[in-house]
Structure formats: structure tokens, C-alpha cells
Design a protein around this ligand. Sequence first.
Ligand code: ADP
Ligand code: MG
Length: 277
Amino acid sequence: MAELFTEENDQRGDLRMKKQVLVYVHNLHKTYFSQKNGVSCHALSGMEFRIYEGDFIAVMGASGSGKSTLLNMLSGCDYPDKGEIFIGDRAMSKLKKKELAVYRRDEIGIIFQQFHLSDYLTALENIMVPAVLAEKEEKAAGERARMLADRLHIKNLLEKYPYELSGGEKQRCAIARALMNSPKLLLADEPTGQLDRRSSENFLQILESLNREGQTIFMTTHDPYIGSRAGRVIFIQDGKIYHELRRETEDREEFYGNIMETLSETLFAEQKTDGEI
Ligand SMILES: Nc1ncnc2c1ncn2[C@@H]1O[C@H](COP(=O)(O)OP(=O)(O)O)[C@@H](O)[C@H]1O
Ligand SMILES: [Mg+2]
């Protein structure tokens, strides 16, 4: 990991600010082969970036650009063909099966577009699943679950089952579950995809407030409005990063404008290239 801490790699002053590299994604490649027709698809083609402690990153790209593939790699659900993900100073590919399971259980929390709550468990039981898997003491885990539920305004819904909850309530339940074991990194794959505007707004405000308290967040989205809530936006296309923006303004509308500008430049560049062909 020594090469991570050189001035050469310190392009944007993160190291000068003594921010810790939480995750280093190095030259990640992933190709999928279709069993049916043998056609290959380069889902990730040499992805390279760092996640610093306290970051709120939005990975933006169109459908099929590789967002979920990347997130699945970070969560240890899928593995690259080439390249490496370093978690602190540990290479993910070198982790033993049990170590990877512990990483997934204790160091990350994941939120999905489809919530992925169990309909057989109450909201409280769903929230407590990670603590149960980690064999945490039941009373303390219950207290933490209730504290999180209180904070996310779902305390009065804890005895309900997911099918009795609205989309926004389900997603808040999923956030509480993701935070149960105090993960270093919160991952979210198109988390507002199933939510209406109001629930999305509420969800984003929760993420912003968690991030202000120091929670590192890595989220994927195709929506520039959602992206504008992050501190860093990484733009991807065909499994490659082609641009990155940092929010250097408090003004969210201004940052949204910057994102739109990048997206429209990309669109025009594509049209120009298409025209040349
Ligand atoms: N399990 C898989 N098998 C074959 N192709 C896949 C698989 N998962 C993803 N892909 C392909 O990889 C590309 C990236 O997919 P994905 O990461 O899901 O994109 P996104 O989340 O940005 O919509 C797409 O072209 C998709 O069809
Ligand atoms: Mg996806």
C-alpha cells in the first residue's frame, strides 16, 4: 500500500488533509461471457479510484455502464478478472472465505433499490439481522436497533412486516439494518430507484446527515439530482471512469449545474463521434 501515500498519487490534496484511504480500487476489470451466444461484455475496464474516510461518493452512469458490477465487487459479492480492491492494507482477493464474510458482515452496510427485506420478519427483526449474524448480545443489539429506528422515524413501525410498510418506510428500515453493525462503508445501489420524490428527498437528507457525522457513503445513481447530493461524483461509461467532480460549493443547485454540464458535454462528444463515423 506504500505507493498509495506518495505525493504523486496525491492529486487533490486528500492526503495533505490526512484523510485515510478506506478503499483503493486498482485497475479493476470484469468481463461477462454469455453462455448462449459466446458474446463478451466488458462490464469494468480498468477502473481506478480511492475512497477516503468521510467521502460521500455518487457513481453516475447510464444503465449498463457497470455501476452495480462495481458495487458488487466492493461488497465482495463478485470478484474481478484482473485488478485488486484494497480494504485499508488488505487485498480483498487474499482474504480467506471467513475473513471476507466478516468484512461483509461488519465493515460494510448495503442498501438496495429493491430494499431486500424479509417479509417473514418484522421491521425490528429485519434491522437486527446483522447483529444476530454477528452474535451480538441481544439486549444491546435491541437497544441499538431502537435507537436507529428512532433516528430514522420508524420507531412506531417496528412490529410491522415489510408488506405493511410504504417504500420510503422500507428504505429507512433498510438503512437502519445497514447501519446496525456500525459499518465503515455504507454502499447503496440506486437506493432511490423505487421511491417517490418526497421519500427520495427524505432518504437523501438522511444520507447527508449521516455523512456530516462522518459516515463514508458510496452510492450509485443515474439521476443527476441524486448525484448532486454527494461530495464527489465519479462519472462512468462502458466500465470506465471518464470524469470526476468534487463539490466545492455549498450551493447544491450550482453543483447540479456542474453535473449537467459534464453530462451534456459527454452527450455532444458522443454525437460528434457518431457523426464522424
Ligand atoms: N451476471 C451477468 N452476466 C452477463 N452480463 C452481465 C452480468 N451482470 C452485468 N452484466 C452486463 O454488464 C454490464 C454492466 O451491468 P451493470 O453493472 O448491471 O450496469 P448498471 O448497474 O450500470 O446498470 C451490462 O452490459 C450488463 O448487461
Ligand atoms: Mg445497476
